[in-house]
Design a protein around this ligand. Structure first.
Ligand SMILES: [Zn+2]
Length: 172
């Protein structure tokens, strides 16, 4: 079963632990053991995704070798919200949540993409990130942005990076 991860600020880790939250050292995140009264953890639940209309978007990925386990894994760098290149929406917190709300980790894995979920950054905040499809470790945002910028500056197009079309509620 998929773990319900929490977004617990570092100073509140003791409070989360006292309520029974479990630490996942690989994910570097707290999670809720089930069955658990969800209300106890409500303040740390990731925000719900909005109620906007569904848009068919093209999911864009860059394949790379995981820095930790060397498996080939694809990371999401953004979406095209329409047919033209101008409709590019870069990967970010809200877009990642919108994708994770409609595509399961198992479905992403079929596309060679690792799980999207909050992972701890060095600043101590939980940030939605790409993970390795095999070992789950975070795939850093900066190298992905560099790879995307390199692709575009080599006359590549966003459309070439499409792996799937999905219906989601785009962040407003
Ligand atoms: Zn890996």
């Amino acid at each position: 079963m998929k773990r319900q991860y929490l977004e617990v600020p570092y100073p509140e880790r003791g409070a989360a632990k006292r309520l029974g939250a479990q630490w996942d050292p690989q994910a570097r995140a707290w999670w809720v053991p089930s069955p658990a009264p969800a209300a106890l953890y409500a303040r740390w639940m990731p925000p719900a995704v909005g109620e906007g209309p569904l848009t068919t978007v093209r999911l864009l990925v860059i394949p790379e070798d995981c820095w930790k386990c060397s498996a080939q894994t694809s990371s999401i760098v953004g979406v095209l919200a329409g047919e033209d290149e101008e409709s590019f929406v870069p990967f970010g917190e809200e877009l990642a949540r919108a994708i994770a709300a409609v595509v399961t980790p198992a479905e992403l894995a079929l596309l060679g993409i690792g799980e999207l979920r909050p992972r701890w950054s060095r600043s101590g905040a939980a940030v939605m990130s790409n993970g390795c499809v095999r070992c789950g470790v975070v795939q850093g945002a900066a190298p992905l942005q560099d790879a995307l910028a390199g692709h575009i500056s080599d006359d590549g197009t966003y459309a070439e990076l499409e792996v799937a079309r999905v219906n989601l509620r785009l962040p407003g």
